[in-house]
Design a protein around this ligand. Structure first.
Ligand SMILES: [Zn+2]
Ligand SMILES: [Zn+2]
Length: 318
């Protein structure tokens, strides 16, 4: 670019930005030009970065009110409200009458289709809860589903009224309302996709429970069969079997009584599981002691795969 054209552009930029301190700006301008001098020759190039740095922008509040109004008049409601909540200047500038003038005659429906907390806009009102008409900020008193979920407002298995005046069950799986059409035909308090996930998880839970029950029965039986002549293993395995039954009964009791909403038994379960851990650890230690540390104890005559199986099942029980 020709030096004259570049200088003209730089000066235009400088005028547009209108530095508050003109003297400092001009000083920085010439200071910047001297830095770009190469080999003692002045190449008449003005450093544009120095110009920008020397001309600090004026605050946006210094714009005339007409410009503010022009900008605000082209913003959606959510941005205007965010602006109004940002500082006292805009709170004073954006009055209710101004908002009414911008959005009239659709102001009421505009407010009803926004979340008052995060200002999410939902023109269909399917992702908003029905606004509370007793709230002083009504009609801007709807919550979106995200805000309602975050505030603990949605409880699985209960019905809620959406902002489009339809009712929906709150899904047990994801915790969001399942409106008619999205809900499962078999279980309306689930989304269709959530119900299949719930079924998969339930099946996996019962499968694991069955495996655990089998292991809890097989391991003591192995101990009783192989180590009937060692009182410590017999005693520990019988105690572990009884505690396993107790732990299962406590879990079943909790489920049948309606979950932790009615009866808290987790502290009992923790104590039982900790005692099981100690018992099976003791059995593993005793088996290893008998088979490895006391090889002269030939009276047992237990094959290596058998006592390996006892240790493996005991570890699984832990
Ligand atoms: Zn929200
Ligand atoms: Zn769901």
């Amino acid at each position: 670019m020709a030096p004259r054209a570049q200088n003209a552009m730089v000066m235009t930029l400088w005028h547009i930005r209108k530095p508050l301190d003109a003297l400092a700006s001009i000083y920085s301008l010439y200071n910047g030009r001297s830095k770009t001098t190469e080999g003692g020759r002045n190449n008449n190039n003005i450093n544009m970065e120095n110009i920008v740095a020397a001309a600090p922008p004026r605050p946006i509040f210094s714009l005339p009110d007409e410009i503010h109004m022009l900008i605000i008049g082209n913003l959606p409601f959510a941005d205007i409200e965010r602006l109004r909540r940002s500082c006292q200047f805009y709170r004073n500038l954006i009055t209710p009458s101004l908002v009414w003038a911008i959005f009239s005659p659709n102001l009421r429906s505009t407010l009803l289709s926004h979340c008052y907390k995060c200002l999410r806009h939902d023109p269909d009102r399917t992702k908003l809860l029905c606004p509370d008409q007793l709230n002083p900020r009504y009609p801007l008193s709807s919550r979106c589903l995200d805000c309602a979920s975050r505030d603990g407002y949605l409880v699985g298995g209960r019905k809620v009224v959406l902002a489009n005046f339809t009712t929906a069950w709150v899904c047990h799986w994801c915790g969001y309302p399942a409106p008619w059409g999205d809900s499962s035909r078999v279980a309306p308090d689930f989304h269709s996709s959530c119900y299949s996930k719930f079924n998969t998880a339930t099946n996996a839970f019962y499968l694991l429970g069955t495996i655990q029950a089998m292991v809890a029965i097989v391991t003591p039986a192995l101990c009783w069969h192989l180590y009937a002549r060692i009182p410590s293993i017999m005693g520990l395995s019988i105690a572990a079997f009884v505690v396993s039954l107790l732990s299962t009964a406590v879990s079943a009791f909790r489920v049948l009584s309606g979950g932790d909403r009615y009866l808290r038994t987790y502290h009992i379960s923790v104590i039982l599981e900790a005692s099981l851990l100690a018992m099976w650890s003791g059995i593993i230690y005793t088996v290893i002691q008998q088979q490895v540390l006391l090889p002269e104890n030939v009276g047992l005559r237990i094959e290596r795969p058998n006592w390996y199986a006892v240790i493996t099942f005991a570890a699984i029980n832990m």
